[in-house]
Design a protein around this ligand. Structure first.
Ligand code: GCV
Length: 838
């Protein structure tokens, strides 16, 4: 191909869009006044006085970023130049080179200071710190400031990370799959080994460093025993080598049963000296291969993992046995607080999984070694759409703790739905646990170790990253990784600030783009809660299946303990001290008082903490049942609004990301309707109370497939999925091998422009073809080929195809043809025809 041909191909590719791989580090060219201003302020030289590999990353990043944004390639030097420069070095290094440029300040570990300084006519933009990580973080902060359009003139910006632990956990399996992962396969593992090609890992390290993340555990907490075998140690070292230049230390998850299950001992009793010896020997082995390993993560006595209960030992016994093996190497042990019994008797109204973390750990406070850290999920259950802060945060005074936040969206639509989690996390982090006297003790201060002056602590996020081009399964979910990192660095940042920053970095500075995306992101949590599980009901999903599809009853009558106790009489779990499980009594009295009383309990948590009749009136005066109906309509309408708002950004966002996000939002809008109808139908049936606004059970413009004129199609119940998974409880399916089946109806509305929606089921077992005709005119056709989390014909597979702007008049015959593909029988639920929304 000629050079010219190649160049024009590249130009076309650029026009067509971005994959999302560069995430928030795109360094897109600045324009207009912003470009002029920065060009004037940025000198020709970047001088890096520090010789470490991490400082080399800082230099490379500064050159790369400024080249992208300004179109200028700075000259790299390693000593103080005789001209204006960006000067990068520790305080000591800079003071040695030019004593008058900086005062002798003491900066904390990983902190940085961006400072404009002058020496005669020479101007310096100084990036200084006490260690190499701080220099790297300062470099990223400078680039971020430029990229979001803020000024770098007269800089004097000093930032210290809020907590020492700013970690990610990966739930990656050694075979390359990821538990609860929605961004593709593992970037670390494949076929039981570390991947040959680790180029993605270095790029990942760069993304993490830009946020100040300094640790990353690389395998599932449901740990594979092989992780401690000698063959894997050099392979883990390869991952550590990729992340080290970015200041990110590797950790691994280990199985507590390892001494017996793979180590050849007859026991894994933590108090047995042979077991302690075994852990010490394994720690020594792995530290020989990875001398800066950050430590281990361990899940015990939970969901089938073995733990100290096998020997009647405590969690402190277990944690300390392993922590002591890590101690000589400076390693930390993250001991998960997610300990509970998943075989609880659901008939016993006093049983409560929510109590488990506090019950298991509070009395052990002070018994853990200093390098053991209790890792506590934000809420007492499991990353549900809304939960109160775990009471355990307020109960540990003499034990290190971290909060575990789930970036991957297990119960938040699995990256098919767009939910920006920062406002959700902030609700927990800012919550005052009243743990010490009158001064506020928010969760963030407790976990950072500030409240009780602990030696360590901070923030752990379960990563959402995989091999997909865009890392996280969809473009918008990247915002959650970004948001986690920014909060771990500084939890005092507002949600709005984080959403704005991310949008500017990821989509550019156009005010309409920034405003639309940022406003949407900030409302998504409430929207998702509205159509999934309002008032503290938790995510009303299939908790014994895919954790994705709506299934109100799935959490009841089983031992998993995610009960909401909704039945004919009312809804909610009575967790009061007076009449319930006593969970509320685990909080300090100031908090317990608010939660115990119905008068003061916040509506958002009402059904998490109390059981009330459907007619119970919320603080707003609305009944519980009407709130459930209304919020589901509000949620579904809001998602439809997101898709409309997004369309207004056409031509302001590159074509590829524009259309990927539009497709996602349109899909989500369809699923939100499925959720709305399924949840509302279930509650209407249970409560026997109608929607005061007459919507539930009455769907204008909807014709059930089973009442259309069918050729080849047969009518069947949606079962075994719950009845409410299909509109009217029934669907039609076309037998395999049949020529296309069809469902026909006659339109009897006035002539006009209409939106025609077809609700069908898209299964993983095949790819059916659908065609829609008005008379003999084909108006749309598609294949049911989405990759959805649902594995069977249920609400999670229910998908909506929307055809807007269709000219219809009375008497038109509308025919849907379905042709089965593989084991998918071209299933149809209904057709809905509504006047076009302007
Ligand atoms: C890694 C929930 C998830 C599990 C996860 C577990 C945990 O139960 O569904 O996939 O296991 O939490 O956090 O250990």
């Amino acid at each position: 191909m000629s050079k010219f041909g190649l160049l024009s191909l590249l130009a076309v590719a650029a026009l067509h869009g971005e994959t999302g791989y560069d995430a928030w580090l795109r360094y897109a060219p600045l324009q207009g006044a912003a470009l002029d201003q920065v060009r004037q302020a940025v000198p020709a030289v970047v001088a890096v006085l520090d010789q470490s590999p991490v400082a080399a990353s800082a230099r490379a990043e500064l050159i790369r970023g400024l080249k992208g944004m300004l179109g200028r390639t700075l000259r790299a030097e390693s000593a103080l130049p005789g001209e204006s420069a960006i000067l990068v070095g520790t305080v000591d290094q800079i003071r040695r080179a030019a004593p008058r440029l900086l005062p002798d300040v003491r900066l904390g570990a990983d902190a940085f200071w961006l400072k404009s300084a002058a020496n005669g006519p020479l101007r310096y933009t100084i990036i200084t710190a006490s260690n190499d990580r701080g220099l790297l973080y300062g470099a990223f902060a400078l680039l971020r400031t430029i990229a979001i359009g803020e000024t770098i003139a007269g800089l004097d910006q000093r930032e210290t990370p809020y907590a020492p632990v700013r970690w990610l956990n990966h739930w990656d399996n050694l075979n390359g799959t990821i538990e609860r992962g929605y961004g593709g396969r593992s970037i670390f593992w494949d076929g039981g080994k570390v991947r040959e090609d680790l180029s993605r890992v270095g790029d990942y390290g760069r993304l993490l460093a830009s946020l100040g993340i300094n640790g990353c555990s690389i395998n599932n907490v449901n740990a594979d025993l092989k992780i401690l075998t000698p063959e894997l140690a050099p392979q883990i070292a390869r991952i550590a080598d990729e992340l080290r230049p970015w200041g990110v230390q590797v950790a691994i998850s280990v199985d507590f049963g390892s001494p017996q299950r793979m180590g050849g001992l007859s026991t894994f009793d933590p108090l047995d000296p042979a077991v302690a010896e075994w852990w010490k020997a394994r720690a020594d082995d792995i530290y020989r291969a990875v001398p800066d390993l950050a430590g281990f993560v361990m899940k015990t006595d939970s969901e089938g993992r073995v733990g100290p209960s096998a020997y009647g030992r405590t969690h402190a016994d277990a944690a300390n046995a392993v922590a002591r093996a890590l101690k000589p190497h400076g390693g930390l042990l993250f001991y998960r607080g997610f300990v509970y019994d998943n075989h609880m008797d659901w008939r016993n109204l006093k049983n409560d999984r929510g109590r488990a973390a506090w019950d298991n750990f509070h009395s052990l406070d002070g018994k853990f070694d200093d390098n053991a850290i209790i890792q506590i999920k934000n809420g007492p259950i499991d990353f549900q759409v809304r939960e109160p802060a775990s009471p355990l945060f307020g109960a540990l005074e003499k034990t290190n703790q971290v909060v575990e936040l789930q970036i991957t969206q297990e119960y938040f639509g699995q990256a098919k739905h767009n939910v920006f989690l920062v406002p959700y996390w902030k609700e927990t982090l800012d919550f005052d646990m009243h743990a010490k006297g009158a001064a506020p003790t928010p969760v963030k201060a407790l976990v950072a170790g500030k409240t009780f002056e602990r030696t360590s602590g901070g923030f752990v996020g379960v990563s959402n990253v995989g091999l997909d081009d865009n890392w996280s399964g969809n473009q918008l979910s990247q915002a959650n990784l970004y948001g986690f990192g920014r909060l771990a660095w500084n939890p005092d940042l507002s949600s709005k600030r984080i959403a704005d920053e991310w949008t500017r970095l990821t989509f550019g500075l156009d005010p309409k783009v920034v405003d639309t995306i940022s406003t949407m992101q900030l409302s998504t949590w409430r929207t998702y809660e509205n159509y999934t599980g309002p008032l503290g009901l938790q995510t009303l999903t299939d908790i014994v299946g895919d954790h994705y599809s709506v299934n109100v009853e799935a959490s009841e009558r089983n031992g998993w303990g995610q009960w909401h106790r909704a039945d004919e009489t009312g809804a909610g779990m009575d967790r009061t001290v007076a009449t319930g499980t006593g969970f509320i009594g685990q909080y300090r009295p100031e908090v317990a008082k608010v939660y115990e009383s119905l008068e003061s309990c916040p509506d958002d948590l009402l059904l998490f903490l109390h059981h009330v009749p459907y007619t119970y009136k919320l603080h707003s005066g609305k009944t519980v049942i009407q709130y459930i109906y209304d919020s589901h309509y509000e949620g579904a309408d809001a998602v439809a609004g997101y898709a409309r708002q997004w369309k207004a950004l056409k031509d302001l966002v590159d074509e590829r990301r524009y259309s990927e996000i539009l497709t996602q939002l349109q899909y989500q809008a369809g699923q939100a309707i499925v959720w709305r109808d399924a949840v509302n139908t279930w509650f209407q049936k249970a409560s026997k109370i109608d929607d005061a606004k007459g919507r539930v059970g009455h769907y204008p413009g909807r014709t059930e497939a089973e009442s259309m004129t069918l050729q080849g199609y047969t009518v069947r119940p949606i079962a075994p999925a719950p009845e409410e998974d299909a509109s009217g409880g029934k669907i039609v399916t076309c037998p395999a091998g049949a020529t296309p089946c069809s469902a026909t109806m006659q339109f009897d509305g006035p002539a006009g422009w209409y939106t025609v929606s077809v609700e069908y089921f898209d299964l993983a077992t095949g790819v059916s073809q659908y065609r829609v005709f008005v008379g003999e005119q084909l108006i749309d056709e598609w294949s049911a080929d989405l990759r959805l989390p649902s594995r069977r014909m249920d609400a999670g597979a229910s998908t909506r195809r929307v055809m807007a702007g269709v000219a219809l008049r009375r008497g038109d015959q509308i025919r849907i043809e379905g042709k089965p593909g593989g084991n998918e029988p071209a299933p149809l639920d209904y057709i809905e025809i509504l006047p076009d929304k302007m």
